[in-house]
Design a protein around this ligand. Structure first.
Ligand SMILES: [Zn+2]
Length: 346
């Protein structure tokens, strides 16, 4: 017996598309299922100015599959040298939808990120004035802070002070991974939302580390202990409109993942919706999936939900999900949750 589920077409509120050949290889994996995505700016060099965003958007448009109606929602990478006027012009023209804050050194290509938060205070004030959301990679990068504690410490030391100093600023905590993150959103209803990835809803650090280390589960912020995954799952399936899907799908060539020093990121785009449907089904919350994947994000960003829909089907035997996406001599391994997924997009 098959079961079907039709949803308004989802959006991805946190996505890495990379550039050049990698962009060509991975873009169709997102445009097939998603109508819009917030495009992360951490290229090398990063997308820091309005001109950078214009040219990156043109490269994405040029790489789109024929007939695709996908809309890339561009972002700028906040640096200590970001010019408020350039940012404001990019936002008011509709070119960018948000600005991304990476603490210096937090993740892949984040060396240009912010080290001294006082230096960006005037830019944050301007963003609050014009309504431009700040998307934060919420981890401190201090060497003395344990990698599993970096999100909680970021909330106390960086995020909460920023929000107190600039209370009108709209903030999205990207890819929250802890109960602390979910609790902070719940306790601060004003102008605050959070994205959650598929892998953080399905996996905890045991999946990554017990019985051998699995590089394709290594991402940043890193998978946490089970109680944190349970807190994220309960936030995602709660119906609370401030939590929404951001896959953080982050492709790296398989050889860069299966190496002595593995790159951080899970490439989930091709299977994100199938995995998400399975996760919500297992939690008895399929009726909340549309809110999380298709309604809450546009609601937070002040955009209309998509008009068209997608249909997912649940089969009696596990779905045959893609394992790899070709990219010349650098194929990319697709995320595999390691447990059966009976849902697929039809
Ligand atoms: Zn990311």
């Amino acid at each position: 017996m098959t079961q079907t589920l039709t949803l308004r077409r989802p959006d991805d509120w946190h996505l890495h598309l990379r550039d050049d050949a990698m962009l060509q290889a991975v873009l169709p994996e997102t445009t097939r299922h998603f109508a819009r995505a917030i495009i992360m700016p951490n290229l090398v060099p990063p997308v820091v100015t309005m001109a950078d965003a214009q040219s990156y958007k043109a490269r994405i448009k040029a790489a789109m599959p024929q007939g695709s109606r996908f809309t890339p929602l561009m972002t700028l990478y906040l640096t200590e040298n970001t010019e408020a006027d350039d940012l404001a012009a990019a936002y008011s023209s509709g070119l960018i939808s948000a600005v991304k804050l990476y603490p210096a050194g937090a993740t892949t290509n984040s060396a240009s990120g912010v080290a001294n938060f006082d230096k960006v205070r005037p830019v944050l004030e301007r963003m609050a004035e014009i309504g431009c959301p700040l998307l934060v990679h919420g981890e401190v990068t201090d060497h003395d802070i344990d990698i599993f504690d970096r999100e909680a410490v970021f909330i106390d030391r960086v995020l909460d002070p920023i929000r107190r100093a600039t209370p009108a600023l709209k903030v999205v905590m990207e890819h929250i991974t802890t109960k602390d993150g979910a609790d902070y959103v719940r306790a601060n209803p004003e102008r605050l939302g959070a994205t959650i990835t598929v892998q953080h809803l399905m996996l905890d650090r045991n999946h990554m580390l017990v019985g051998g280390m699995r590089p394709h589960y290594y991402c940043l912020p890193i998978l946490k202990r089970r109680e944190h995954r349970e807190a994220l799952l309960s936030a995602a399936t709660s119906g609370d409109k401030r939590f929404f899907l951001g896959t953080d799908s982050a492709p790296h060539a398989t050889h860069a993942k299966e190496s002595e020093c593995c790159s951080a990121g899970c490439f989930t785009a091709p299977v994100a919706l199938a995995c998400l449907a399975q996760t919500f089904d297992d939690a008895g919350a399929l009726d909340r999936l549309e809110g999380f994947a298709s309604l809450n994000g546009p609601g937070f960003y002040g955009l209309p939900p998509n008009e068209d829909s997608i249909t997912l089907t649940k089969s009696e035997s596990p779905a045959n999900l893609p394992k790899q996406v070709e990219n010349g001599s650098d194929p990319i391994t697709v995320f595999d949750p390691g447990s059966p997924v009976y849902w697929s997009v039809t």
